[in-house]
Design a protein around this ligand. Structure first.
Ligand code: ADP
Ligand code: MG
Length: 299
């Protein structure tokens, strides 16, 4: 499917799992995944780019919207995002069509990225005085005419207007949780914001997917945190957790996902498996059942 060497290597890894040929079910409608957790460093960006690449390697058409002024997702996908590049900032603040900023991701067919530049740091404040400030990303996505199976929105580590824009545009929230002390701290606030957005701005929004990241199976702490998260969330937690892996953390400095950087590594295989689980479960129809269980919330 791809004629670059790393793209081919990644494709071979997918085929080695024996699953590329049989493919994954394509969603009937675009699944818009909001990757959110107001804590920094929990694996939002890593999860965004690697799940997106996994699904694209399985034949899906996937767009990553980089909504973090740091631009880490753009970097990891090898997409140009220096200051003059048309970016998500122009889409949000200048109402520029999304199609004018989307770039194909090198080496992964079917994967696209709307990059973030440093301008986006100002957007949080500039948005305040704009009309329909909460729904500007949604409008842009609704007007985007290319067919897509998935959109992943990589949120900044805050619950401000950028994240609200993502929640208004999305149907599903995907929360990466790092397996360490205080993993659940602050989650109550995130879930509360999801409830607020659902109540006032976007009735479809629900937490569909929790992914445990940087899991170190050798430590008792990691398994305790995992048990606690599964106790709180149950069905939303993917069975696959992502191990702590040097290859995962090295890949972005080569402008690559771990899928192309080291296709056979444990990090690559675990993201492929998590993507498969995500594709096989959780269609928007299940939203109602999921809501009830969140009422207790985490602390
Ligand atoms: P966030 O977007 O939530 O701030 P990142 O995805 O940028 O978090 O991850 C934070 C740091 O942890 C990055 O340096 C990243 O490379 C590293 N990292 C993320 N996931 C893993 C993992 N499974 N194993 C090792 N390092 C990881
Ligand atoms: Mg990030």
């Amino acid at each position: 499917m791809d004629d670059t060497p790393i793209g081919r290597a990644a494709q071979l890894a997918v085929e080695a799992l024996g699953r590329a040929g049989q493919g994954l079910p394509r969603p009937e409608q675009t699944r818009v995944m909001v990757v959110a957790n107001q804590k920094g460093g929990v694996g939002k960006t890593t999860t965004t780019v690697n799940l997106a690449a996994s699904l694209a390697l399985h034949g899906a058409r996937v767009l990553v919207v980089d909504l973090d002024p740091q631009g880490n997702a753009s970097t990891a996908l090898g997409v140009d995002h220096h200051a003059e590049v048309p970016s998500v900032y122009d889409v949000l603040v200048e109402a520029r069509p999304l199609a004018e900023v989307v770039q194909p991701v090198p080496d992964v067919e079917g994967l696209f990225c709307a990059p973030a530049t440093i301008d986006l740091a100002g957007a949080e404040i500039e948005l305040v005085s704009l009309v329909a400030r909460e729904s500007r990303l949604k409008r842009a996505i609704d007007a985007y005419e290319q067919p897509l199976d998935y959109i992943f929105i990589d949120c900044p580590p805050s619950l401000g207007l950028l994240t609200v824009n993502a929640m208004v545009a999305g149907n599903e929230v995907l929360i990466p949780i790092q397996c360490e002390y205080y993993a659940l701290e602050g989650l109550g606030q995130l879930l509360h914001n999801v409830d607020l957005v659902r109540g006032h701005l976007n009735p479809r929004l629900h937490v569909s997917t929790i992914l445990l990241t940087m899991y170190d199976g050798r430590t008792r702490l990691a398994s305790q945190v995992a048990d606690e998260v599964r106790g709180h969330f149950g069905a939303e937690v993917l069975r696959t957790s992502i191990p702590r892996s040097v290859r995962i953390s090295e890949a972005p400095s080569y402008g690559q996902t771990v899928l192309t950087y080291d296709p056979g590594s444990s990090g690559s295989l675990s993201y492929l498996e998590a993507a498969r689980e995500m594709a096989l479960r959780g269609m928007p129809r299940q939203a109602e059942a999921h809501h009830e269980r969140h009422d207790g919330g985490a602390q």
